[in-house]
Design a protein around this ligand. Structure first.
Ligand code: PMV
Length: 354
């Protein structure tokens, strides 16, 4: 428990990052995706957020302090404040409390790994825990709300509030799917239940383009309609592959999606090349190793040069040997993060919802 004063109370949540197999790229209206996406939540790339709340003196303005890893961060604070102002009318806590928000990542922020999904979802989970402290809300309703508000903060964050595989965006392939929040995909074959994600850090430099600017480039993209069609087809096919344990289809969809995302950026106006020479070297090595060994493994990338190498736990030992022998030479300072599929967010200290 914290050293709180008599008038203070606190909530604390951990929430994970997620890696998309079918990529969300492009949005419309109020953070509505132009295509459905499927990801799985990770286990080790996590943000932990604590909010200490105390009665507010006066005034209608939202009152927060924000610190990241122990240091006050004004630029993050302003970003959060802008978001909270947008959702203010849906929460009563902003009128009642001053919020001291403390956030930290369990992974090095210098690794160039996007953290908006984990940071924003952990923030929302804290806010909802305070908001609903005295009210009855079922666990399902709580996480649905968490996904809804996380989406408004950062699209892909809405997929981080559930364990394992999640689907965000309306698709005919899944009746309860929604553009407004993610849902959990529960019919998953055991071969996909312990997926490993070895994140190979090719460069830890800051992103060349923010994801909001990237999404915007899809608005006038000449391949927009074809991309929407492809993502919808991949979503339908992936849901089926996950159900059946069809790793071959998983590999095909996963790699095509990653390369399509990068192709969209390469052919945008202005155009961006976000892979580096070493990203391509690693991709070639992975494909070569797959052909030679017959192991199920594949790569994906977010909007940057780092490679996520995905494979089942059963081949972990051999694949880590392969990483060390053949891939680390292409990584910045031999840097990589060992991650795997995770159990979703977790409330710390108080056990409000777990
Ligand atoms: O949630 P955003 O706006 O940071 O967009 C994420 C976009 C990708 O990571 C490239 C793809 C995805 O679906 O996560």
């Amino acid at each position: 428990m914290n050293n709180l004063t008599k008038t203070e109370n606190s909530v604390k949540w951990q929430s994970p990052s997620n890696i998309a197999i079918v990529k969300y790229w492009g949005k419309k209206g109020i953070q509505i995706p132009i295509n459905p996406s499927i990801s799985f939540s990770l286990s080790n790339t996590i943000t932990e957020t604590e909010i200490i709340y105390s009665p507010k003196q006066s005034g209608k303005n939202i009152s927060i302090d924000f610190s990241f890893e122990g240091i006050n961060n004004k630029s993050f604070e302003e970003k959060i404040l802008r978001y909270l102002t947008q959702i203010k009318s849906k929460f009563s806590i902003f009128d009642k409390y001053h919020l001291q928000i403390k956030s930290k990542n369990t992974f090095p922020h210098s690794a160039g790994i996007a953290s908006s999904a984990s940071s924003m979802s952990s923030l929302i989970l804290c806010l909802l825990s305070i908001e609903h402290k005295e009210k009855q809300l079922s666990k399902d309703a709580f996480f649905k709300k968490a996904s809804f508000f996380s989406r408004l903060a950062s699209g892909s964050a809405c997929r981080s509030v559930y364990p394992g595989f999640t689907l965000w965006g309306k698709t005919d392939a899944f009746q309860s799917s929604s553009d407004e929040c993610a849902i959990s995909l529960s019919e998953i074959h055991p071969v996909f239940n312990d997926l490993q994600d070895s994140i190979l850090i090719v460069s830890s430099a800051q992103k060349k383009i923010s994801s909001s600017a990237g999404h915007q480039l899809m608005e006038l993209h000449p391949y927009k309609e074809a991309r929407i069609k492809q993502a919808n087809q991949h979503t339908t096919q992936l849901i089926q592959a996950l159900k059946l344990g069809d790793f071959e289809s998983f590999i095909r969809i996963c790699e095509t999606e990653a390369l399509s995302l990068h192709a969209m950026m390469m052919t945008s106006n202005p155009s961006y090349i976000l892979m580096e020479a070493n990203s391509l070297k690693i991709i070639e090595k992975i494909r070569q190793f797959r052909n030679d060994s017959g192991f199920d493994l594949c790569f994906t990338l977010d909007a940057g040069p780092n490679i996520h190498l995905l494979y089942p736990k059963s081949t972990k030992e051999e694949i880590i040997k392969f990483i060390k022998a053949e891939l680390l030479v292409y990584c910045e300072s031999d840097n990589w993060i060992a991650d795997e599929m995770g159990n979703g967010p977790k409330e710390l200290d108080k056990q409000f919802y777990e």
